[in-house]
Ligand binder design. Structure first.
Ligand code: NAD
Length: 482
């Protein structure tokens, strides 16, 4: 396991030797020390990326694509070791981590193909004596700042399209989970990526991001994380007019209509809500159920939730691991206490559970019913295993509640009626809709939000757009002689 930074093709420490400890969220054991870097190392990353840019952007697209496919192959071969690393620093069950490695590999394969298909376009001259073209050009040096909940896949989603378009990149992973990003740096190196094309630095988020946003050579920033930090980055990106792509928080509604397949809706809710212990930005956060179905739905949901095996992510059979840190546990506690104080009814969970040798971060899957829009759990993203359920009376009121938020990342609807599915999908204000499923993420689809959930898309051909600038050229040509 490499724990130093990956800058200009070399593994390096912070210039002053400062380090920060990476801990296993399950028991707080120290996993490694990584460099605690700041502005100087951040600028060294940009220097390296700028030096590497000319050669990389001029590398033929098929050659870049071959390299991306090699990265995917190595990720797949190393799946189990990388999954163990993700689980050690994030805590999620090992099967979820294996899925994350495959998902990360998919982004490299997808970006490889999309990059090869990216071509100059001819624009009709509209009867005038011009030859007109639109040429896709890469932005140049771009930055990526990634969160801890998918420490490998979130970097893959940003690095694969950046490389496919010819950009070079500087990356800062989350303090809690830098090891997976450093491991991906190692995989890129092994696949033959030229030095400086991708650089990974760990350390002080404010100092590193400030150095990049003030630099002038960094032309784009892709950020995944909280809305508060996203807004702050927008303000700081203004001075150098840095192009932004922001994947921020969500507050996903999940609507179960009276004509839904109840068992399927419960299973999908369990899969979507308790994945990564509820710490995903597309987790259902506000569960709305047609009044006649509330009792049977919540009863089955509570039965299924209470039966989910809680434990250390590495233990076979675990379905839910610990929360990432104590602050995350406190937030779930606060949401539960607020809901109960305001009249919510606890059906299961509601507290942490002791796990042998673990610390107090294993929060039991929790279902609370009789929830309303005044409660914190309906207004703020919980980012934990709390499933709050409220009743609704008709389609219009369900849509009203669902859209009553400045966030708009994912939404889910459960119905057997295709015309209702189409109608409601069209009226939901968000970037992603799951119809009769909560498993919507895929490397070939556009992932992203609306409003406070951010802008820009990751995945498929849309993911490459964030790294491109289209140059329009208009050539006067001699009119043909008659
Ligand atoms: P966070 O915003 O605290 O951290 C995300 C990243 O931003 C980390 O790398 C962190 O070091 C960095 N960061 C923190 N402060 C910074 C600053 N002042 N300047 C620059 N960078 C800074 O969020 P988190 O706690 O890591 O992740 C949870 C949040 O991320 C949730 O709100 C979740 O919804 C969101 N998220 C969104 C998506 C998405 O695709 N929309 C995916 C995963 C997580």
């Amino acid at each position: 396991m490499e724990s130093r930074n990956f800058i200009d093709g070399e593994w390096v420490d912070a210039r002053d030797g400062a380090t920060m400890v990476v801990r296993d969220p399950a028991d707080d054991a120290s996993l490694a020390s990584v460099p605690r870097c700041g502005a100087r190392e951040a600028t060294a990353c940009v220097d390296a990326a700028q030096r590497a840019l000319g050669a990389w952007r001029n590398t033929p697209a098929p050659e870049r694509a071959n390299l991306l496919r090699r990265v995917a192959d190595i990720l797949r071969v190393r799946r189990d070791a990388l999954a163990a690393l993700i689980t050690s620093e994030n805590g999620k069950p090992i099967e979820e981590s294996k899925g994350e490695v495959s998902y990360a590999a998919d982004y490299f394969v997808c970006a490889a193909g999309e990059g090869e298909r990216l071509v100059e376009e001819t624009i009709d001259p509209r009867g005038r004596p011009f030859a007109r073209r639109a040429t896709p050009e890469c932005l140049g040096v771009v930055a990526a700042i990634t969160p801890w909940n998918f420490p490998l896949a979130m970097m893959a989603r940003k690095t694969a399209p950046a490389l496919a378009t010819g950009c070079t990149q500087v990356v800062k992973p989350a303090e809690a989970t830098p090891l997976s990003a450093l491991a991906l740096g190692g995989v890129l190196h092994e696949a033959g990526l030229p030095r400086g094309v991708v650089n990974v630095v760990t350390g002080d988020p404010q100092a590193i991001s400030d150095a990049w946003l003030r630099d002038g050579r960094v032309r784009g920033l892709s950020f995944t994380g909280s809305t508060a930090v996203g807004k702050d980055l927008m303000r700081r990106a203004a001075d150098q007019v840095v192009r932004l792509s922001l994947e921020l928080g969500g507050l996903a509604p999940l609507i179960v209509f009276e004509d839904a397949d109840l068992d399927a809706a419960v299973e999908a809710t369990v899969a979507g809500k308790f994945r990564c212990a509820g710490q995903t930005c597309i987790c259902p956060n506000r569960i709305l159920v047609a009044r006649p179905l509330v009792q049977p739905f919540t009863r089955r949901l509570a039965e299924r939730a209470a039966a989910l095996p809680l434990g250390r992510g590495a233990t076979p059979g675990t379905r839910m691991g610990p929360l990432i840190n104590d602050a995350a546990v406190e937030k779930v506690r606060r949401h539960v206490a607020d809901a109960l104080a305001r009249g919510g009814r606890l059906l299961c969970g509601g507290a942490t559970v002791p796990i042998a040798g673990g610390c107090d971060r294993f929060f039991a899957p929790t279902v609370i019913t009789e929830v309303n829009a005044r409660m914190l759990c309906f207004r703020e993203e919980t980012f934990g295993p709390l499933a709050p359920v409220a009743a609704f009376d008709d389609e219009a009121s369900a849509l009203g509640i669902a859209n009553d938020t400045p966030y708009g990342l994912a939404s889910y609807i459960f119905t057997r009626d295709p015309s209702r599915a189409q109608r409601v999908t069209a009226q939901l204000r968000c970037g992603i809709v799951g119809v009769n499923t909560c498993l919507v993420s895929d490397a070939t689809a556009p992932f992203g939000g609306w409003g406070w959930s951010g802008f820009g898309r990751e995945g498929g051909r849309w993911g490459l757009d964030e790294y491109l600038s289209w140059k329009y050229s208009c050539h006067a040509v001699e009119a043909p002689h008659s």
